[in-house]
Design a protein around this ligand. Structure first.
Ligand SMILES: NC(=O)c1ccc[n+]([C@@H]2O[C@H](COP(=O)([O-])OP(=O)(O)OC[C@H]3O[C@@H](n4cnc5c(N)ncnc54)[C@H](O)[C@@H]3O)[C@@H](O)[C@H]2O)c1
Length: 264
């Protein structure tokens, strides 16, 4: 059976390097390409401190995909503007995509779905690829049936561009869907900026500090009690089993699946 090739977009970034390493260590997939706007021409194996892989960093996704042995998929951890430029190139060549980059509007997400269906390519877009974070979101949704007050505190590193995080947005969506109603305490963002931001009716506090990876607390208040669920990603390795699972499955459907929970 042919091994599945993985073209990593954003290969020299913090997440991209981890993906290259995880793919390189897995038996059933291999690094078929490395796309980035920095470190072009360098061998991606050497970039991650491993042995040379003979895969050289390029910023030309179209050419890399044309030359790549099939089957292959792309994995993207870059930034929103890069995804909007690169992912249509992959989908229009019928190459399925795993997207970890966050910060998209509903319209942009619908456009990925449309493009995937038109070109018989699958897309997995997940705001968080860690199993623990997926379980945190699942249980936050369930708990919101029993509590009417909750707030979210999320912590990420100081370089993160978007806020609230994709995980916080998805958590808040789940907590307010299906007749679950969450009433936040007093204080609008306008009059009380320190009370965090209102996202879909759930107040979210976004902390941005160096050394953070991805952390979130969801606090549910009852009468005389507080229930907190918390998840911490202490290393970027926590995302890799989810990324590899998505890589192995993403060619099984056309169009978009959102969230790792949709495939586990
Ligand atoms: N879904 C998840 O589980 C998860 C987990 C962690 C981070 N993220 C998200 O992943 C994204 C990347 O995070 P990071 O910490 O690795 O960032 P990073 O800044 O370390 O890496 C981004 C990489 O993308 C490259 N890049 C930028 N523009 C490009 C372009 N046009 N073409 C090719 N490469 C380009 C940069 O050179 C850089 O190497 C962010 O959106 C972050 O929120 C998602």
């Amino acid at each position: 059976m042919d091994l599945l090739g993985v073209v990593v977009i954003g290969a020299t970034g913090k997440m991209g390097r981890e993906v290259v390493n995880a793919v390189n260590e897995a038996d059933d997939v291999y690094v078929a390409g490395a796309i980035d706007i920095s470190n072009q021409g360098a061998d991606i194996g050497e970039m991650i401190g491993s042995k040379p892989l003979g895969v050289f960093i390029s910023d030309d996704l179209g050419t890399v995909l044309d030359n790549a042995k099939k089957p292959c998929v792309v994995v993207d951890f870059t930034r929103k503007d890069a995804v909007l430029k690169n992912i249509p190139v992959a989908l229009m060549k019928g190459v399925s995509a795993v997207i970890g980059t966050t910060g998209f509007t509903d319209e942009e997400i619908s456009e990925f779905d449309k493009l995937g269906k038109e070109n018989n390519a699958g897309i997995m877009l997940a705001p968080n690829f860690s199993l623990g974070a997926v379980l945190m979101m699942k249980y936050a949704k369930e708990l919101s049936r029993f509590y009417d007050q909750a707030e979210i505190i999320e912590y990420h590193n100081d370089k993160k561009i978007d806020s609230p995080s994709g995980t916080a947005k998805t958590t808040a969506d789940g907590m307010t869907k299906d007749d679950n109603s969450i009433i936040t305490g007093v204080g609008s963002s306008d009059n009380h900026p320190c009370r965090g931001g209102d996202f879909n009716g759930v107040r979210v506090h976004s902390v941005r500090l160096k050394s953070m990876i991805a952390h979130q607390e969801v606090l549910f208040a009852g009468h005389g009690e507080l229930l907190t669920i918390r998840h911490d990603s202490f290393s970027r390795q926590s995302f890799m089993p989810g990324v590899l699972m998505a890589v192995r499955k993403v060619r099984e459907w056309n169009g978009l699946k959102y969230g790792l929970d949709s495939i586990i």
